[in-house]
Design a protein around this ligand. Structure first.
Ligand SMILES: Cc1cc2nc3c(=O)[nH]c(=O)nc-3n(C[C@H](O)[C@H](O)[C@H](O)COP(=O)(O)O)c2cc1C
Length: 281
């Protein structure tokens, strides 16, 4: 009954939230074999029961051999994992909550030796070789098509099991962000060059997700200036450059931008108090 806007319902297209409290995606590495179990169901159910309006799940990997970078991260592919997520969805809905999976591909962050196949190196925009060993496989156009198809399939599955939308992880120096960032994207084909060209991968991926889920299914896109490899990294230096970066992503099918700042209280550009979310809005 609070009059605080935080506790008012929120509607955006098909997404109707009981409150504006949104749980950030947080990796917990508590899914052996990549399958959400009863403890995971209970973990998310409790958040919904306590009044969280929208839960964004921990990062959960799309169905590509190099998507995963850490032990015990849940998959968002395979019958067993999707059946586990279906139980999570049903438990959250029974408490009146809403939930979207955060779809994740770690890209070149992946190390040899990581599950599920220890021999698969990281995949990234550009190759990285050390002492004759391929640490990062530079993605071919076929690899790009395969990863995009994996995101589209995951989004289709999310809709099929009753998720309320999807969040695409385009932040923090993981695969999609590695394409955005000039330090990690050294390509000379149409997926490299200026920021507009480096956005092509994300744009095609968002378009494929949109085509997979139809016009009304909410697509959230998470992005950040900062990278886990470099907290001071920046994709854009001005509000105009931010607009030029985001507008094509929006046109491709994003409904909501989730702006990750690490420090929400810090102004994004000089001469204004607005943070990244403020400028994005
Ligand atoms: C334990 C833990 C796990 C996290 N895992 C993820 C994750 O899987 N995906 C993600 O996008 N962010 C992850 N984060 C980052 C948070 O979602 C969030 O970005 C961070 O707390 C800072 O908030 P801000 O980005 O909204 O500024 C994680 C943070 C913590 C503390």
């Amino acid at each position: 009954m609070s009059s605080n806007p935080l506790f008012q319902p929120f509607t955006l297209g098909a997404l109707e939230l009981p409150s504006r409290v949104v749980m950030a995606p947080m990796t917990r590495t508590f899914c052996p074999g990549g399958v959400p179990h009863a403890g995971v169901v209970e973990y998310y159910r409790r958040r919904a029961a306590a009044g969280v309006g929208l839960i964004i799940t921990e990062g959960t990997t799309v169905g590509h051999r190099a998507a995963n970078g850490y032990p015990n991260v849940p998959r968002f592919h395979g019958e067993d994992a999707l059946a586990g997520w279906k139980q999570v969805v049903d438990a959250v809905h029974a408490e009146g909550g809403r939930i979207v999976p955060q779809l994740w591909h770690v890209g070149m962050v992946r190390r040899l030796g990581t599950e599920p196949d220890a021999n698969v190196p990281g995949y990234g925009p550009s190759e990285k070789v050390k002492d004759g060993q391929v640490l990062v496989h530079g993605m071919t156009r076929d690899d790009i098509r395969e990863v995009i198809a994996a995101f589209a399939q995951a989004a289709r599955d999310a809709k099929a099991i009753g998720m309320d939308g999807v969040e695409i992880h385009g932040a923090h120096g993981y695969l999609i962000d590695q394409f955005f960032w000039d330090s990690s994207n050294r390509r000379s084909d149409e997926y490299g060059g200026d920021l507009a060209a480096r956005s092509r991968f994300a744009i095609e991926l968002i378009q494929a997700v949109r085509a997979a889920v139809g016009p009304d299914f909410p697509i959230i896109f998470r992005f950040s200036q900062w990278k886990q490899q470099d907290y001071s990294a920046r994709l854009v230096e001005t509000p105009q450059a931010l607009a030029a970066f985001l507008e094509p992503l929006s046109a491709a099918g994003v409904d909501i931008f989730h702006c990750s700042t690490r420090r929400f209280w810090e102004p994004e550009f000089e001469g204004s108090e607005l943070n990244l979310a403020g400028w994005t809005r």
